[in-house]
Design a protein around this ligand. Sequence first.
Ligand code: TMP
Length: 253
Amino acid sequence: MARRRMVYEGKAKILYEGPEPDTLIQYFKDDATAFNAEKRDVIEGKGVLNNRLSEYFMTGLNGIGVPTHFIKRVNMREQLIRAVEIIPLEVVVRNVAAGSMSKRLGIDEGTALPRPIIEFYYKDDALGDPLVTEEHIIAFNWATQQDIDDMIALALRVNDYMSGLMYGVGIKLVDFKIEIGRIFEGDYQRLIVADEISPDSCRLWDIESGKKLDKDVFRQDLGSLADAYTEVAKRLGVMPRVGNVATGPKLVN
Ligand code: TMP
């Protein structure tokens, strides 16, 4: 079998050339990084969980008419996606103060926000993904005003969908990050949700106990990251036999 061509390797995923034009295969690694990869580890089963969870969220979004790059899952660690031109911005939506916003502005973690706050970060590891304003985005041609309006609309729809889904299983969607890509259809371009949506890119707190069920478990050494993600998957009814699947086959004799 011919070896497939790797297109890009990131911290948590690898992209390979897809079987059709304008498609890619997205492979989820078990690698976990935080603080711009200063902290790193391999969490067995994380890639399998995030592949399934991202499939679940993006399928739901596609179903309600929020366009995403997701086409289908092909195996435990890989999914077929549409190739997009990634806009070099991380779009963060916050419902509750936490993380870098709490730190930057001195607002206690857990403070409910009067309305969702959207922030843009410029994707550049060397600069540590700095917070940028719409003025920077337009001045440096990372996106147009129309793109920004479309990104905000997409991000708010993702927020409503994900907040409702999580609320239904007793989880507060505190904040999340999405990435957005351009696709070209004839003379038109459209923006769609790309990358992944998973507990790597969200903050998820159990509504009853406040327990963290996202990558902060790894960032802050709060326990087993695989257990936290498995809890999210179980509550959503995604891969109910997750214990077996996540850790792979066991020798029985
Ligand atoms: P922050 O509070 O650290 O800015 O993070 C906001 C949200 O974005 C949080 O849900 C985690 C997510 N995030 C990523 O997905 N990737 C990143 O590199 C960072 C810094 C945050």
